[in-house]
Design a protein around this ligand. Sequence first.
Ligand SMILES: Cc1cc2nc3c(=O)[nH]c(=O)nc-3n(C[C@H](O)[C@H](O)[C@H](O)COP(=O)(O)OP(=O)(O)OC[C@H]3O[C@@H](n4cnc5c(N)ncnc54)[C@H](O)[C@@H]3O)c2cc1C
Length: 322
Amino acid sequence: MNKLVVFCEHHNQNLKRSSIELLQFGKSKNFHVIGIVLGSEGQKPAEQATANGASEVLFFNDAKLNGYNPELYLAALEAGIKQSDARHVLAPASSIGKDVFPRLAARMDSSLASDCVSLNIEDGAFVAKKPMYAGKCFAQVNLKDSPVQIVLMRANQLPVAAAGTANAGAIKTLPLPEVSLKTILMEVVKGASEKLDLTEANVIVSGGRGLKEAGNFKMLEEMANVLGATVGASRAVVDSGWVSHSMQVGQTGKTVAPTLYIAVGISGAIQHLAGMTGSKVIVAINNDPNAPIFQKATYGIVGDLFEVVPKLTEEFKKLLNK
Ligand SMILES: Cc1cc2nc3c(=O)[nH]c(=O)nc-3n(C[C@H](O)[C@H](O)[C@H](O)COP(=O)(O)OP(=O)(O)OC[C@H]3O[C@@H](n4cnc5c(N)ncnc54)[C@H](O)[C@@H]3O)c2cc1C
């Protein structure tokens, strides 16, 4: 059975959906799946990995891995992949994934495809699809000639089924390799929101310059609270200082792929579309019927957002009994 390593990212002691997608993908393709879990906050994420398809978990249980330090992550991941002797490696195309895996690929002389939106196996090699030129076209990438193949997948691209039973016996605890550090993590400044990160969110309500001023984002937060959604934004409002850059969706912000993306007062510039056209259902609210966002929208509401958003929020409250 071919081996496949999955980097298991977790948050608040829970495996992220993006990693669960990859574990279950590996299992569905009949790989012997090996999860790598980093950090010392308990072995719940490692157990979740076994419940989602990992036959083995390599658990680098060290407090130094609780915050992201690229040098330490690199050392642990390299040790784990070498020990597993796997040819195939999958990781989420998250901020950490996109930072650490290109370094790892260079170090291990392996091929890497980043930001992929679909994945398959042909003749034992990864075949992945990835957007290029801000989503104007897609490239099909075949990693067949590389001894180690690494694919970084965007979240919400692969199906997830219910988890099975955890197997704590499949978890192997390993020490962090010795590293002489050039970088020390001093502090992690958390974002204001405790909501799910945009890249993981299933529902996103995003606001643009049509909201007129920062205070009006409250309307979107209210709708998001009813829907259990995360609030995003266009670059225009981030540049205006209304909201933080961590909320920006688009070419120079985050790439998202929720089930539902509600764009409020956003025109739909190509750079914004680059970050959100992977959404399954797009609802656009805009008072300009010619706004480009309507060309990508599944449903469009032409109207004044200041009238439409409160009415929709009321309807959602009734529908969801909130
Ligand atoms: C190199 C580069 C990178 C970029 N990266 C990004 C990026 O990552 N993300 C991003 O978003 N942008 C990015 N941009 C900027 C992008 O080109 C646009 O300027 C930006 O997306 C516009 O934001 P907006 O839609 O909020 O504002 P606008 O384009 O000003 O649109 C506001 C919309 O609100 C509508 N509106 C106004 N009033 C109302 C109302 N009362 N009710 C309903 N609708 C109303 C208007 O009809 C209009 O369509 C980038 C640009 C460059 C050059």
